[in-house]
Design a protein around this ligand. Structure first.
Ligand code: HEB
Length: 726
């Protein structure tokens, strides 16, 4: 063997990276995870524009046809791919969790690890591969992310269910996300106890996780940790579905509506399945879970290991699910693959579904432990009976829940594309009325002057604008300044928003609003107030600059606001305002990084914003940590100048609240304490990458660049939720 031309595993596998030597260093990768270089479409490509050229009706027809064109390499159950496609769509949408808005269907991430290889996603690689001819045909106009959801919809329509509609707009990513925490386990399907504070309290599932085990979308179909007990499984369903803001009724509707069609696959031995896609041999060409038994597919398919259909007619939308579930005794049995499942103790021959590949044989229907939960849990039972007695009502609730499930993470309606968008507004879309866009330059100047003349301080104006905008998260496009929900419950009372001060600012801005002779939203005024104050602060630093302003924000009211679901958006920390509500296991700088990623900001933007916010004196409670300047309130680069100055030394001190987040910056010669600092301040001097940016902004030649970059980043934050002008 000669020398290998490429060093073995040097930089070509994920097994080792240069930075792996220091696993605890702050990893900024999540801030540039979808780098432009990985995107083959280039900067000029705009998916929304491309989608508008799509012949949606033609795609829908092709998809409906595909459902019943069984392919020899993966024969369809009963000649219909509907069940498989719906499971794919549901698993694509079902990874969404409300706590951080991450996961869900809006990126097409099921094409990549880890999701393409999750144990719960067995054989969904086949579903996507079956769709490939359609993706190939419509190309750039139809993302995988949109296609997967549309395929689920068309599956239902071709089986006789009328969906509420479909919105496009999910742009694909081109490599796995780095920001989504799926759990800390290193083992697939590790015991659930890893994720719960207490086994008894199933609501104690670690946040933001929404699945009970690594590699599952929600709950274990055989029962908690594989032990059948529908009452316990019901608790896990309740917790995990609530994590994506689905209530009991929606949970029952979704599960029943999902299992009205299709089947489970476990007619074989799950242990003989070969590697999952990400680990599979090169000759598998991206497919995984090769099944060496028999044909390896059709009647021999093994996916979950559970075997059988739930209803008598698994390729038709009907109401057979509750009919069977509620009107039969079900007993625990094992599938051919050895998985726990429930079968009826007694059933008429004609109620048994046909075998999926042999029309001469009938089989017992089955229920998973999760299905049994719908009949055993008293609350679920009541809902199930209601649905059973009122099938039209069930259809309606299911249609709404399915639409919500599959569109939840697409963001507000202004992001929806295509002719099939339902006209109705749903409260989970966080609707916002359109605002007045025609304010003239004179109007804006008048308003700014009135704001600056008022009794509200510069720092309070900036803080209010920031607090109203900082709730935005690019993960599911919720939050942001538009709608002025900061003046509504629950936001107006969040500790992070310093309610008393906020109230005062809002009162003043409201009186300016009502005194003005044109329609202007409070949402616009809040942002304009921040802009005006920043312009003044820049001016005081000797830089003449106008912060761009786009009027047209609207004011939402309480009626349009699902207050409960906004709890997910409450900031419990905000490094930009040097604030943490409690003492958390995760370091303050990691939390800053996470929040920055959710806001869609880059590492340089994080640096310039934070340094600017410090000198603008905008800390929560006006704490002086990190306010490294003699001229607080002026937009200078002093934070960076003083952070990088060797005239100082840095010392941890015991904070009043006993957290390990307090430091003193002392003069090197005298030891006199010059400033206070938090970890979030000092990380910009200690982390090598952040320090490089900090030095850039500390340079003598970069004051003006600092101000301009700050304003650009500020403007990005203020407009992050303006899909109406994007
Ligand atoms: Fe379902 C299937 C579980 C929910 C839809 N699921 C299935 C299965 C299982 C389950 C185990 C089988 C797989 C195989 O193939 O083997 N789910 C479950 C659970 C839950 C659920 C545990 C929670 C509770 N689903 C659901 C939902 C939906 C669904 C929500 C929708 C809506 N699934 C479904 C379908 C299917 C299933 C459609 C079928 C598939 C086929 O056919 O392939």
């Amino acid at each position: 063997m000669g020398g290998c031309p490429v060093m073995h595993q040097a930089h070509t596998t994920t097994a080792s990276a240069a930075t792996d030597w220091w696993p605890n260093a702050l990893n900024l990768d999540i801030l540039h995870q979808q780098d432009k270089k990985t995107d083959p479409m280039g900067e000029d490509f705009d998916y929304a524009e491309a989608f508008k050229q799509l012949d949606l009706e033609a795609v829908k027809t092709d998809l409906k046809n595909l459902m019943t064109e069984s392919q020899e390499w993966w024969p369809a159950d009963w000649g219909h791919y509907g069940g498989l496609m719906i499971r794919m769509a549901w698993h694509s949408a079902g990874t969404y969790r409300g706590a951080d808005g991450r996961g869900g269907s809006n990126t097409g991430n099921q094409r990549f690890a880890p999701l393409n290889s999750w144990p719960d996603n067995v054989n969904l690689d086949k579903a996507r591969r079956l769709l490939w001819p359609i993706k190939k045909k419509y190309g750039n106009k139809l993302s995988w992310a949109d296609l997967m959801i549309l395929a689920g919809n068309m599956a239902y329509e071709s089986m006789g269910f009328k969906t509420l509609g479909f919105a496009g707009g999910r742009a694909d990513i081109w490599h796995p996300e780095k920001d989504i925490y799926w759990g800390s386990e290193r083992e697939w399907l590790a015991a659930t106890k890893n994720r719960y504070d207490s086994d008894e309290d199933r609501a104690s599932l670690e946040n933001p996780l929404a699945a009970v085990q690594m590699g599952l979308i929600y709950v274990n179909p055989e029962g908690v940790d594989g032990n059948p007990d529908p009452l316990k499984t019901a608790q896990d369903m309740r917790t995990t579905f609530a994590r994506m803001s689905m209530n009991d009724e929606e949970t029952v509707a979704l599960t029943a509506g999902g299992h009205t069609v299709g089947k489970c696959h476990g007619n074989g031995d799950a242990t003989i399945l070969e590697d999952e896609p990400e680990a599979a041999d090169i000759k598998e060409q991206g497919l995984g879970w090769r099944n060496p038994k028999g044909r390896g597919n059709a009647g021999d398919t093994v996916s979950s290991g559970i075997e059988g259909a739930w209803t008598t007619n698994p390729t038709q939308w009907d109401h057979g699910y509750f009919e069977l579930l509620l009107n039969h005794e079900w007993a625990l049995t094992k599938s051919p693959a050895g998985a726990w499942q429930w079968e009826p103790t007694d059933i008429k021959e004609e109620d048994r579904p046909l075998d999926a590949h042999d029309p001469n044989v009938r089989r017992n229907p089955i229920m998973t432990d999760a299905d049994m939960a719908l009949s055993k849990d008293p609350i679920y039972r009541e809902i199930s009976e209601k649905f059973h007695n009122n099938p039209e009502y069930f259809d309606e609730v299911f249609a709404r829940a399915w639409f919500k499930l599959t569109h939840r993470d697409l963001g507000p309606k202004s992001r929806y594309l295509g002719a099939d968008v339902p006209s109705e507004d749903f409260v989970w879309q966080d609707p916002i009325p359109t605002g007045n866009t025609d304010l003239t330059a004179d109007d804006i100047a008048t308003l700014k002057a009135q704001i600056l003349d008022s009794d509200i301080s510069r720092r309070e104006l900036i803080i209010t604008a920031w607090d109203s905008a900082r709730t935005f998260r690019a993960s599911d496009y919720r939050g942001g300044a538009n709608g002025a929900r900061i003046r509504l419950a629950p936001q107006k009372d969040w500790a992070g928003n310093e309610p008393e001060q906020l109230q005062r600012v809002l009162e003043t801005l409201t009186s300016i609003q009502s005194g003005f002779d044109k329609d202007v939203s409070l949402a616009d005024l809040i942002v304009l107030a921040g802009n005006a104050a920043i312009e003044q602060a820049a001016n005081d630093a000797g830089v003449d600059i106008t912060v761009p302003f786009n009027p047209g924000r609207g004011d939402a009211d309480a009626e349009m606001t699902d207050a409960e679901s906004f709890a997910d958006l409450e900031p419990l920390h905000d490094g930009y305002r040097n604030w943490i509500q409690g003492d958390y296991a995760v370091s303050p700088e990691e939390m800053l990084l996470d929040r920055t990623q959710l806001m869609g900001l880059t590492a340089p933007e994080m640096v310039v914003l934070l340094g600017g916010m410090r000198v603008l004196d905008t800390n929560h409670g006006q704490s002086q940590h990190g306010v490294f300047t003699e001229r607080a309130g002026v937009l200078t680069n002093d934070f960076f100048v003083n952070l990088t100055d060797m005239n100082y030394t840095w010392h941890p001190v015991k904070a009043a609240d006993n957290t390990a987040n307090s430091y003193e910056v002392r003069e090197r010669g005298t030891g006199n304490v010059k400033w206070q600092a938090s970890r979030v301040d000092l990380v910009f001097g200690s982390n090598s990458i952040l320090r490089a940016y900090a030095e850039l902004y500390a340079q003598d030649d970069n004051l003006e660049k600092f101000v301009r970059d700050f304003v650009r980043a500020w403007n990005k934050v203020m407009n992050a939720d303006r899909f109406d002008i994007a």
